[in-house]
Design a protein around this ligand. Sequence first.
Ligand code: NA7
Length: 549
Amino acid sequence: MDKKTEPGNVQDVDAVIIGAGFAGLGMLWRLREQLGMSAQVFETGDGVGGTWYWNRYPGARCDSESYIYCLTFSPELLQEWNWSGKYPEQPEILSYINHIADRFDLRRNIKFNTRVTTARFIEDTNRWEVETDQGDRVTAQYLITGIGCISAGNIPAIKGLETFEGESYHTGAWPHNEVDFTGKRVAVIGTGSSGIQSIPVIAKQAESLTVFQRTPQYTIPARHETVDRKFLDEQVKPNYEEILEKARWSKAGFPVEFSERLALEATAEERQEAYEAGWAKGGHGFLWGSFKDIGVDRRANDTAAEFIRAKIREIVKDPVTVEKLLPTDHPLGSKRALIDTNYFETYNRENVELVDIRHSPIQEITPDGIRTEDEDFEFDMIVFATGFDAMTGSFFKMDIRGRDNLSLKDKWAEGPKTYLGLQVAGFPNMFMITGPGSPSVLANMTVAIEQHQDWITDFIEHMRTHDIEVAEADADAESAWVSHVNKIAESTMFMLADSWYLGANIPGKPRVFMPYVGGLGTYREKCNEVADNDYEGFVLNAGVRQLAT
Ligand code: NA7
């Protein structure tokens, strides 16, 4: 396995893992160290980190608190690593991932600067044949994707895009050198997490910043600060296992209590008090700490949404800008929940302007800037904070083919179909970490990733000890899971917004709610139940007959 793959040579390994972010690295460690398997990781970037390798835009930071945003397979590392901030910033997360790669000697099984182009399941051998843009050809019993859910960047096909003569960047493919905004007239298109994090930072440096907003957002102050060492040393580190266990079985991968109170049963004063407390404390706790009906009852949701609109009116001074910033067309939490540092305050700066492109759409990008229906703007730089072809986009960058040469793209033409978000019928021995149909993007990602890694590791171990060559999701189990995922999403607020969860940000993408919204703990229970019932819903050893002949 340690032999370098040379172009033209076919290398055989037990598993090919695609991607060297948290998902790929933890998987590699488990397969190699726990199961003694050989594995080859392919990574497009020239370093480890995945999301945190690519998303280097100013202000990039995780919105899970640092002590719970970590890989946990090494108790020693958990005790030794010290984060500096309450919410970890991109450079620090990247150092952490690099530290993991070095400490556990993971790089020797990773080939960087290498993109997997095709992966085909060969029915005669029951092995995956994987090819890369560097000429590698590898066969493996298992194909495991750790390609991220939000990693295929989306720059909208705006007329004239290629004519712009200034600098332009996508937040998810940020250059490795520092981008200097000093003295520059900068445009940011997009106000999702990446826009909301970068806008306040860019505004401080740029001569002028013009934000092009399609959808106004609800966002809660993060109340970021330096890490509370006393809390970490006295409350977290001595109790890490207990805290992690709580997070693992929780709804969203955080060791917190969800409020049991109902907004509609509280008085107006009680609601105001709860929302003020959540706002003052900051972070996602605003949602889970206040009232449990916010996510399921529109009238309850309206009370929280109105509270945030009142805060926007209070913070932002210019009444015209306030009107543009008020989110009214979708419920709170129906798009990705956001937390920020000085986002609304930034619109009080003299060098910042907000353009509402719902009412004055972008018509084209010109050599000098951006033309909307109403105005011509000149810019030196355009930052596309326009998001990603989420959850399925990174799969479709490769040609993945299962039985009968069926391509994953065709199989998922009407939306992703998976069993538990872990496997796809017709694609034997292919496992997805954080695949569509799993709760990962609605949860604290590292906790969700490790649940998949552990479950896949256990399944592979089971296969090895029971002489199972091939495991494949059963088509009926897959259909039932897809229906279940859709059904529980239907009763939530998530269906009431044009979000990337629904593929709505990509023109032509099927409108299907992709993540499992039932909660991480419930999902973990379901996955464990499947394992306990002899991997119910998986067909084991289908096709092995061919090997025996
Ligand atoms: P998001 O959350 O998808 O945000 C993208 C933003 O770009 C959002 O405001 C979009 O408006 C806007 N957008 C997308 N396409 C266009 C076009 N064609 N014209 C104008 N504006 C557009 O991506 P982020 O990178 O911010 O965050 C991704 C995830 O990373 C995030 O959810 C976290 O999980 C971490 P829209 O709201 O669609 O109207």
